[in-house]
Write a protein that binds this ligand. Sequence first.
Ligand code: C2O
Ligand code: CU
Length: 517
Amino acid sequence: MLNRRDLLKAGLFSSTAMLHLGGARFNSWALDGGKNPGNPNVIPFQASLPIPVTKTPVSPATLPGVPLFNDGIPTDYFSVNVHQALVQLLPGKQTLIWGYDGITPGPTFQARLGRRIVVRQTNNLPSNMNVHHHGGHTQSLSDGSALPALEIPPGNFRDYIYDNDDDVGGTHWYHDHTLDVTGHNVFMGLAGFYILDSATIDNLNLPGGPVDANVAGGPFDVPLVIQDRTFDANNQLVYNPFDHNGFIGNTFLINGAVQPKLRVGNRKYRFRLLNGSNARFYQISISSGRSFQIIGSDDGLLKAPFEATSFRLGPAERVEIVVDFSFYVPGPNTQVFLDNTMIQTEGRGPDGVDPTQPFHLMRFDVMDTILDNSTVPAVLETGLPVFNRAEAVRRRTFEFNRSDGAWQVNSRFFDPNRIDATVKLNTTEIWTLKNGGGGWFHPIHIHRNGFFILDRNGVRVTGHEAGLKDVFVLAGGDQVNVITKYTGAKQLGEYVFHCHNIEHEDMRMMGLFNVVA
Ligand code: C2O
Ligand code: CU
């Protein structure tokens, strides 16, 4: 396959070249003005919601050459075989994917704060790969950022060290991050959950927590990754590497199944929503119109839960919610849907919310009467970091702009050999992220640290955006100020920040920063 890097080398970036090479856009409904219609060939709610398997540790003795530690920090070892596989995404059909352990989403890592894990990733794909732990406070050489030096060639492996020395636990994920081809690789299936738990979170006794997990009829703590895809007539994934605006598909998968159903009981459930789509935004609500509680954002739980009936979920963002199904009478016909009301027909960004056109992403069948031992306490995460404006030693501004159909930061394309910012360990910085205009949306992700948003366009943010974040949505014309402190002496070296519309990222809307002691 000709990839973007080949194109960059060949200089094939004129619009004529794209016209000839790109051919017709494959998501035809976008051309005819369709409004998130779903895949016409799939009857929804046939498949049961898949729950990705939890990865089980192996003995380090089975991993020759793996790093061993004697610093007293408990360490678990894992081994992942990354390869192509035929799996069922569409009911009764076989689709070729690229998968961690040959499945998509990949297996879930259950990690704990203060407990290190080492993951050996072996590349049995036909091309290079690079694994990023999104949300992790990760050492530079294990961060899998889009640096060619960090790529794993076919037939090779790399051992990733995750210290799990973040401030708090949270719903992270991992995905491919190979320079210029991340969009394709993630689209093909290279993404999974990385859940970081902590004693603080255990003690909250949230749904599915340690006490509640023993109740039969679970799970009550359910990760949900939402991805849009497009399939050809042979049920195969079709990615257009020449669409630089952002991939928009017409088929909606939750945990790798098209519009699945989940049988639930009349009790509370914790759902960890991840937008794993390349370029699509969602507006999430529940079909009954009932409120739910929002309890978490990208990098951890909120200080306190709050009630909401809807929220926006930009690419790569995570929002944790607790839905209480005890308001419904269990029975064979009690059905509630998880809805998307965001209309989006192209990669530029969402067209807006249309509550009159809800699209059912999945269905909850409230059928069972199940005990509920869980709570949603009024105080959630007590360990969130505090970043002090007055301590900020540096302000930087990054403008995300478009140039000749490709994507830049401060009018420069990403160059893995150029450092765009040098940051000093244990200092506080305020970054201004600016949308360069044109009505384009850019969900900006910064590696290594969680941030708090100080304001968007001068206005304090609310809702899940007030939590600890690593993705910041810039709508057309937006300007967001974010603050963090670069703690963690193990985390020195190079990291990237970029647009998480992955096609924009692949077209070089990315920068490099270096953390120095
Ligand atoms: Cu989720 Cu740099 O990526
Ligand atoms: Cu962008």
